[in-house]
Design a protein around this ligand. Structure first.
Ligand code: SF4
Length: 255
Protein backbone atom coordinates (compact mmCIF):
# COMPACT_ATOMS: atom_id res chain seq x y z
CA UNK A 1 0.00 0.00 0.00
CA UNK A 2 1.25 3.48 -0.86
CA UNK A 3 0.14 6.57 1.01
CA UNK A 4 1.33 10.12 0.44
CA UNK A 5 1.33 13.33 2.41
CA UNK A 6 0.63 15.47 -0.65
CA UNK A 7 -0.50 14.85 -4.21
CA UNK A 8 -0.53 18.11 -6.16
CA UNK A 9 2.85 19.69 -6.81
CA UNK A 10 4.10 22.64 -8.81
CA UNK A 11 5.14 21.72 -12.32
CA UNK A 12 8.21 23.71 -13.26
CA UNK A 13 7.46 23.55 -17.01
CA UNK A 14 4.69 26.14 -17.06
CA UNK A 15 3.61 29.06 -14.87
CA UNK A 16 0.71 28.14 -12.55
CA UNK A 17 0.89 24.58 -13.88
CA UNK A 18 0.62 21.74 -11.42
CA UNK A 19 0.92 17.98 -11.68
CA UNK A 20 -0.24 14.80 -9.98
CA UNK A 21 1.41 11.40 -9.68
CA UNK A 22 -1.28 9.27 -8.10
CA UNK A 23 0.38 5.91 -8.76
CA UNK A 24 3.71 4.52 -7.62
CA UNK A 25 5.30 2.50 -10.44
CA UNK A 26 4.26 1.87 -14.02
CA UNK A 27 3.42 -1.44 -15.67
CA UNK A 28 4.55 -0.14 -19.09
CA UNK A 29 8.20 -0.77 -18.26
CA UNK A 30 9.80 1.50 -20.88
CA UNK A 31 13.48 0.91 -21.44
CA UNK A 32 14.53 4.26 -22.93
CA UNK A 33 15.26 4.34 -19.91
CA UNK A 34 12.32 5.71 -17.95
CA UNK A 35 13.30 8.81 -15.95
CA UNK A 36 10.50 8.16 -13.44
CA UNK A 37 11.86 4.69 -12.76
CA UNK A 38 15.44 5.95 -12.36
CA UNK A 39 14.33 8.64 -9.90
CA UNK A 40 12.14 6.22 -7.95
CA UNK A 41 15.05 3.83 -7.66
CA UNK A 42 17.45 6.59 -6.67
CA UNK A 43 15.16 7.81 -3.89
CA UNK A 44 14.43 4.31 -2.61
CA UNK A 45 10.78 4.11 -3.69
CA UNK A 46 11.48 0.91 -5.66
CA UNK A 47 14.35 -1.55 -5.53
CA UNK A 48 14.30 -2.99 -9.04
CA UNK A 49 12.75 -2.84 -12.52
CA UNK A 50 10.54 -5.76 -11.50
CA UNK A 51 9.18 -3.74 -8.54
CA UNK A 52 8.62 -0.72 -10.79
CA UNK A 53 6.31 -2.77 -13.03
CA UNK A 54 3.82 -3.30 -10.18
CA UNK A 55 1.69 -0.16 -9.88
CA UNK A 56 0.35 0.94 -6.50
CA UNK A 57 -2.38 3.54 -6.50
CA UNK A 58 -1.83 6.08 -3.71
CA UNK A 59 -4.44 4.84 -1.27
CA UNK A 60 -5.40 8.27 0.16
CA UNK A 61 -5.68 10.03 -3.23
CA UNK A 62 -9.33 10.98 -2.73
CA UNK A 63 -8.88 12.86 0.54
CA UNK A 64 -5.62 14.46 -0.65
CA UNK A 65 -6.93 15.80 -3.95
CA UNK A 66 -10.16 17.09 -2.38
CA UNK A 67 -8.28 18.83 0.44
CA UNK A 68 -5.52 20.27 -1.74
CA UNK A 69 -7.85 21.60 -4.41
CA UNK A 70 -9.69 23.57 -1.72
CA UNK A 71 -6.46 24.89 -0.25
CA UNK A 72 -4.93 25.90 -3.58
CA UNK A 73 -8.06 27.55 -4.99
CA UNK A 74 -7.27 30.25 -7.55
CA UNK A 75 -3.60 29.28 -7.82
CA UNK A 76 -3.80 26.42 -10.31
CA UNK A 77 -4.16 27.05 -14.03
CA UNK A 78 -3.82 23.45 -15.25
CA UNK A 79 -2.94 19.99 -13.87
CA UNK A 80 -0.75 17.53 -15.77
CA UNK A 81 -1.21 13.78 -15.36
CA UNK A 82 1.45 12.56 -15.01
CA UNK A 83 5.23 13.05 -15.15
CA UNK A 84 6.15 10.06 -12.95
CA UNK A 85 3.59 7.42 -13.93
CA UNK A 86 0.94 6.76 -16.58
CA UNK A 87 -2.73 7.68 -15.92
CA UNK A 88 -4.19 5.13 -18.38
CA UNK A 89 -2.03 2.11 -17.71
CA UNK A 90 -2.42 -0.82 -20.07
CA UNK A 91 -2.46 -4.48 -19.08
CA UNK A 92 -1.25 -6.68 -21.98
CA UNK A 93 -2.69 -9.72 -20.18
CA UNK A 94 -6.29 -8.48 -20.43
CA UNK A 95 -5.91 -6.07 -23.36
CA UNK A 96 -7.62 -3.47 -21.16
CA UNK A 97 -6.64 -0.73 -18.73
CA UNK A 98 -5.66 -1.53 -15.14
CA UNK A 99 -8.99 -0.86 -13.37
CA UNK A 100 -7.85 0.79 -10.12
CA UNK A 101 -5.47 3.13 -11.97
CA UNK A 102 -8.26 4.13 -14.36
CA UNK A 103 -10.69 4.65 -11.46
CA UNK A 104 -8.24 6.91 -9.63
CA UNK A 105 -7.50 8.86 -12.82
CA UNK A 106 -11.19 9.42 -13.50
CA UNK A 107 -11.76 10.57 -9.91
CA UNK A 108 -8.91 13.09 -10.07
CA UNK A 109 -9.87 14.46 -13.51
CA UNK A 110 -13.44 14.97 -12.31
CA UNK A 111 -12.31 16.58 -9.03
CA UNK A 112 -9.91 18.97 -10.78
CA UNK A 113 -12.40 19.81 -13.55
CA UNK A 114 -15.16 20.46 -11.00
CA UNK A 115 -13.00 23.37 -9.72
CA UNK A 116 -12.94 24.82 -13.24
CA UNK A 117 -9.36 23.66 -13.85
CA UNK A 118 -8.46 21.75 -17.05
CA UNK A 119 -6.27 18.65 -17.09
CA UNK A 120 -3.62 17.54 -19.56
CA UNK A 121 -3.10 13.79 -19.80
CA UNK A 122 -0.45 11.77 -21.56
CA UNK A 123 -0.43 8.00 -21.96
CA UNK A 124 1.16 5.01 -23.61
CA UNK A 125 -2.03 3.14 -22.82
CA UNK A 126 -5.25 4.17 -24.56
CA UNK A 127 -8.36 6.29 -23.96
CA UNK A 128 -11.33 4.11 -23.08
CA UNK A 129 -14.69 4.53 -24.79
CA UNK A 130 -16.35 5.42 -21.48
CA UNK A 131 -14.12 8.49 -20.96
CA UNK A 132 -16.84 11.14 -20.57
CA UNK A 133 -15.18 13.66 -22.91
CA UNK A 134 -18.37 15.66 -23.44
CA UNK A 135 -19.00 16.08 -19.70
CA UNK A 136 -15.46 17.03 -18.74
CA UNK A 137 -13.72 20.43 -18.97
CA UNK A 138 -13.67 21.69 -22.56
CA UNK A 139 -10.00 22.71 -22.25
CA UNK A 140 -8.78 19.27 -21.15
CA UNK A 141 -6.08 18.04 -23.45
CA UNK A 142 -5.66 14.32 -24.11
CA UNK A 143 -2.34 13.04 -25.42
CA UNK A 144 -0.59 9.86 -26.43
CA UNK A 145 3.11 9.24 -26.84
CA UNK A 146 3.94 7.94 -30.29
CA UNK A 147 7.53 7.64 -31.50
CA UNK A 148 7.17 4.79 -33.98
CA UNK A 149 4.67 2.53 -35.72
CA UNK A 150 7.07 -0.41 -35.60
CA UNK A 151 5.62 -3.01 -33.24
CA UNK A 152 8.98 -4.80 -32.91
CA UNK A 153 10.48 -1.58 -31.60
CA UNK A 154 7.55 -1.16 -29.17
CA UNK A 155 7.93 -4.68 -27.80
CA UNK A 156 11.62 -4.07 -27.29
CA UNK A 157 11.63 -0.55 -25.86
CA UNK A 158 8.17 -0.09 -24.31
CA UNK A 159 7.21 -3.73 -23.90
CA UNK A 160 3.97 -3.57 -21.90
CA UNK A 161 2.36 -0.51 -23.46
CA UNK A 162 -0.75 -0.50 -25.66
CA UNK A 163 -0.15 -1.35 -29.34
CA UNK A 164 0.37 1.75 -31.46
CA UNK A 165 -2.79 1.34 -33.50
CA UNK A 166 -4.84 0.99 -30.31
CA UNK A 167 -3.38 4.22 -28.90
CA UNK A 168 -4.00 6.04 -32.14
CA UNK A 169 -7.55 4.91 -32.75
CA UNK A 170 -8.53 5.79 -29.17
CA UNK A 171 -7.09 9.29 -29.60
CA UNK A 172 -8.85 9.71 -32.92
CA UNK A 173 -12.14 8.83 -31.20
CA UNK A 174 -11.52 11.42 -28.48
CA UNK A 175 -10.89 13.98 -31.22
CA UNK A 176 -14.05 12.99 -33.11
CA UNK A 177 -15.99 13.49 -29.88
CA UNK A 178 -14.72 17.05 -29.64
CA UNK A 179 -11.82 16.57 -27.22
CA UNK A 180 -8.54 18.48 -27.64
CA UNK A 181 -5.78 16.06 -28.51
CA UNK A 182 -2.00 16.12 -28.74
CA UNK A 183 0.74 13.69 -29.68
CA UNK A 184 4.09 13.52 -27.94
CA UNK A 185 6.82 12.29 -30.30
CA UNK A 186 9.42 12.12 -27.57
CA UNK A 187 11.85 10.50 -26.95
CA UNK A 188 12.22 10.00 -30.70
CA UNK A 189 14.72 7.20 -31.53
CA UNK A 190 17.63 7.30 -33.97
CA UNK A 191 17.72 4.73 -36.85
CA UNK A 192 20.19 2.47 -35.01
CA UNK A 193 17.50 1.98 -32.32
CA UNK A 194 14.48 1.81 -34.61
CA UNK A 195 15.25 1.05 -38.25
CA UNK A 196 12.03 2.84 -39.29
CA UNK A 197 12.90 6.08 -37.47
CA UNK A 198 13.62 7.89 -40.76
CA UNK A 199 10.07 7.20 -41.95
CA UNK A 200 8.61 9.95 -39.78
CA UNK A 201 6.14 11.06 -42.48
CA UNK A 202 4.27 7.75 -42.08
CA UNK A 203 3.63 8.59 -38.43
CA UNK A 204 2.73 12.19 -39.19
CA UNK A 205 0.11 11.18 -41.79
CA UNK A 206 -1.63 9.13 -39.09
CA UNK A 207 -1.85 12.03 -36.64
CA UNK A 208 -3.03 14.81 -38.92
CA UNK A 209 -6.23 15.13 -36.85
CA UNK A 210 -4.48 16.23 -33.68
CA UNK A 211 -4.22 19.79 -32.33
CA UNK A 212 -0.60 19.75 -31.18
CA UNK A 213 2.51 17.71 -31.92
CA UNK A 214 5.47 17.81 -29.56
CA UNK A 215 8.79 16.54 -30.86
CA UNK A 216 11.95 15.77 -28.92
CA UNK A 217 15.13 13.70 -29.14
CA UNK A 218 16.13 10.72 -27.06
CA UNK A 219 18.73 12.48 -24.92
CA UNK A 220 21.34 11.06 -22.52
CA UNK A 221 21.24 7.65 -24.19
CA UNK A 222 24.32 5.61 -25.03
CA UNK A 223 22.45 4.22 -28.02
CA UNK A 224 21.80 7.68 -29.46
CA UNK A 225 25.42 8.66 -28.86
CA UNK A 226 26.51 5.64 -30.89
CA UNK A 227 24.67 7.07 -33.88
CA UNK A 228 27.28 9.44 -35.31
CA UNK A 229 24.87 11.62 -37.25
CA UNK A 230 22.31 12.01 -34.49
CA UNK A 231 22.39 15.84 -34.42
CA UNK A 232 21.88 16.03 -38.17
CA UNK A 233 19.17 13.36 -38.00
CA UNK A 234 17.23 15.15 -35.24
CA UNK A 235 17.55 18.46 -37.07
CA UNK A 236 16.00 16.92 -40.19
CA UNK A 237 13.22 15.11 -38.31
CA UNK A 238 12.31 18.21 -36.33
CA UNK A 239 12.13 20.24 -39.54
CA UNK A 240 9.83 17.65 -41.13
CA UNK A 241 7.49 17.76 -38.14
CA UNK A 242 7.54 21.59 -38.16
CA UNK A 243 6.74 21.69 -41.89
CA UNK A 244 3.97 19.12 -41.54
CA UNK A 245 2.40 21.10 -38.69
CA UNK A 246 2.63 24.33 -40.67
CA UNK A 247 0.84 22.75 -43.67
CA UNK A 248 -1.88 21.17 -41.56
CA UNK A 249 -2.43 24.05 -39.14
CA UNK A 250 -1.27 21.97 -36.18
CA UNK A 251 0.56 23.57 -33.27
CA UNK A 252 4.21 22.47 -33.18
CA UNK A 253 5.97 22.17 -29.84
CA UNK A 254 9.71 21.49 -30.13
CA UNK A 255 11.28 20.10 -26.95
S1 SF4 B 1 4.89 4.98 -19.63
FE1 SF4 B 1 6.11 6.67 -18.83
S2 SF4 B 1 6.21 6.32 -16.62
FE2 SF4 B 1 5.55 4.42 -17.56
S3 SF4 B 1 7.43 3.24 -17.81
FE3 SF4 B 1 7.03 4.34 -19.74
S4 SF4 B 1 8.19 6.25 -19.58
FE4 SF4 B 1 8.02 5.36 -17.50
Amino acid sequence: MTTRKTLLYKNSFEPDGWAVNHVQGCSHGCRFPCYAYLMSKRFGRVNSYKDWLIPFVVSNYRELIDKELKKLQGRIRRVVMSFMTDPFMYDPGTGDLIPDVKEATYYIIRAVNSCGIPVTTLTKGFYPDDLPVEELHGDNCYGVTLVSLNENFRLHMEPFTAPYEMRLSSLRKVSERGGNTWVCMEPYPTPNIDRTAGEIDTILEKIDFTGTIAFGALNYSKLTEKYKESRLFYGKMSERVREFCRKKGIEFSPH
